[in-house]
Design a protein around this ligand. Structure first.
Ligand code: SF4
Ligand code: SF4
Length: 308
């Protein structure tokens, strides 16, 4: 690897750190051969449920050169969202990633700044950046780039910080120095599999998305089937159980992103308060939060599912 690629990789990682990213890792842009079979199997079993978007762009999902033609490197970046303390009401819980402002805006702004910095120093660089907004196997890229391993709960896990972070990608037409993968440290632990209330982790590293509380409360637009009623443990938007029980999250450190400051008035609403809320009040309360995407009718549906 030539010294320019090495120097640029170091520079990029330093800029990412300055901008608040937890860590970054690099791979050459291309086809994720080892993931093709895995994705095909996952889809053939129907684990995507009604998330039909997972079936689209199959080739792009596996190949970043198809997704971003002319690209040479995939930079995976982690952005911490671990809060100071859990916040919940007496009978509702919301996933930690949704405590503050919608990450799509927050992390996208950071990616934009990083890309602008790169272009201002390196000249005419072409590329695209995403956070949960493109058909890309973000966890597989992050693993390939040495940012952690795929835990049995299907999340990317870092030894130093656990798993409460967003994964973003910057794909550019610049050759950079690749980081190799790291090692798996789940060992004989099965805490996440044992703790999942809906048995959605069907085998290590394989989550049946169509059984997951996050899917039911965020992705599913139609009514929630009666299965597992009573097992949801108060989750009304997402679920953190398989991350909360993971021993590696003992090392999670509080984020310092002001825009992720918890919206306590949202997080502490009880089931009754949600059910009594009008659509107008919901709109006002959740403006700029990930909950906005669930819409009022979605949240009412989620809360009603917890009731006997
Ligand atoms: S998020 Fe919750 S429901 Fe989904 S796999 Fe993890 S523990 Fe199970
Ligand atoms: S709870 Fe245990 S098995 Fe599950 S991801 Fe964490 S370390 Fe791995």
């Amino acid at each position: 690897m030539d010294w320019i690629a090495q120097q640029r990789s170091e520079q990029l990682k330093a800029w990412a750190k300055e901008l608040g990213f937890l860590a970054s890792g690099i791979s050459a842009s291309g086809y994720l051969e080892e993931e093709a079979e895995r994705l095909e199997k996952w889809l053939s079993k129907g684990f995507q449920g009604k998330m039909s978007y997972m079936e689209r762009y199959f080739d792009e999902r596996l190949d970043t050169q198809k997704l971003v033609p002319g690209s040479r490197s995939v930079v995976s970046l982690l952005y911490n969202y671990f809060p100071e303390e859990p916040i919940q009401s007496e009978d509702t819980k919301i996933a930690k990633y949704a405590y503050g402002e919608d990450y799509h805006f927050v992390v996208k702004d950071k990616l934009k700044m990083l890309f602008e910095k790169i272009r201002s120093h390196w000249g005419d660089v072409e590329g695209r950046y995403f956070v949960d907004s493109a058909p890309i196997l973000e966890k597989a890229w992050a693993v390939k780039s040495g940012l952690g391993w795929l835990g049995k709960n299907g999340n990317l896990i870092q030894k130093q910080t656990g798993s409460f972070f967003f994964i973003a990608e910057l794909i550019i037409d610049v050759v950079l120095q690749e980081d190799g993968p790291t090692t798996d440290h789940c060992g004989t632990c099965t805490l996440c599999i044992d703790a999942c209330p809906t048995d959605a982790i069907v085998q290590p590293q394989v989550v049946d998305g169509s059984k997951c509380i996050s899917y039911f409360t965020i992705e599913l637009k139609e009514s929630i089937p009666e299965v597992n009623r009573g097992q949801w443990k108060d989750w009304i938007f997402g679920c953190d159980i398989c991350q909360d029980v993971c021993p590696w999250n003992r090392f999670a450190q509080t984020h310092n992103e002001k825009r992720f400051q918890p919206k306590k008035d949202v997080l502490t609403k009880s089931q009754t308060e949600w059910l009594e809320m009008t659509a107008e009040e919901f709109k006002k309360l959740t403006k700029g939060s990930p909950l906005e995407r669930a819409k009022w009718s979605g949240m009412i549906k989620n809360v009603q599912h917890l009731r006997p």
